[in-house]
Write a protein that binds this ligand. Structure first.
Ligand SMILES: C[S@@+](CC[C@H](N)C(=O)[O-])C[C@H]1O[C@@H](n2cnc3c(N)ncnc32)[C@H](O)[C@@H]1O
Length: 168
């Protein structure tokens, strides 16, 4: 314990209300691995979960976490280091937060960091119908092949196809 002690990340003595939306299930065998799905309609703005986070030390992250599976479960987390400089480390999200998969087009859950409280609150971005997967955006740089991606041929693919047609 105490691995992040060298980092002043702030903390709050104010009690933080915890909330989790009911009517959710975890499904294991989706094309994205495990995922969270709604079993009933969820109105827009509903709090889906309030997740405590575990803030990692900068060195700990680079030396250890990035070499493990946990790397795929961390979020950027802004911190102020001992010299008062703004830096970014990573945080592990406890609770349901680590189970939300990415969607580029159909994301229906947004999230907000509470830096002092060291929690992330997830909310429905729109009305979510029963049966839909709850997805967030991981941003533009993914470390895996997006299961939703439609394979559109690149310009290079099309040229290679044309070359083949001409040679055959
Ligand atoms: C934070 S975890 C989400 C939960 C994960 N599905 C599981 O079973 O533990 C992130 C990982 O989920 C998978 N994932 C998330 N979104 C995906 C997507 N759009 N397409 C394919 N895999 C995805 C990737 O393996 C990624 O590294």
């Amino acid at each position: 314990m105490g691995h992040a002690a060298q980092i002043e990340s702030g903390s709050s003595s104010v009690p933080i209300p915890l909330q989790r939306c009911t009517n959710l299930v975890l499904i294991s065998d989706t094309p994205k691995g495990r995922g969270v799905f709604a079993t009933q309609d969820i109105p827009a703005r509903t709090v889906i979960d309030v997740c405590p986070v575990l803030i990692l030390g900068l060195e700990e992250n680079v030396k250890h976490i990035e070499k493990t599976q946990l790397y795929h479960y961390t979020y950027n987390w802004p911190i102020i280091d001992q010299d008062g400089k703004k830096k970014h480390t990573q945080a592990i999200i406890l609770g349901l937060g680590s189970m939300f998969n990415h969607s580029t087009q159909e994301q229906n859950v947004g999230w907000e960091r509470n830096l002092n409280g060291q929690v992330i609150t997830y909310r429905a971005l729109r009305n979510i119908p029963a049966g839909e997967e709850l997805c967030i955006s991981y941003g533009a740089r993914l470390t895996f092949k997006d299961a939703d991606a439609v394979d559109t041929p690149t310009e290079e693919d099309e040229i290679n196809q044309l070359i083949q047609i001409q040679l055959d």
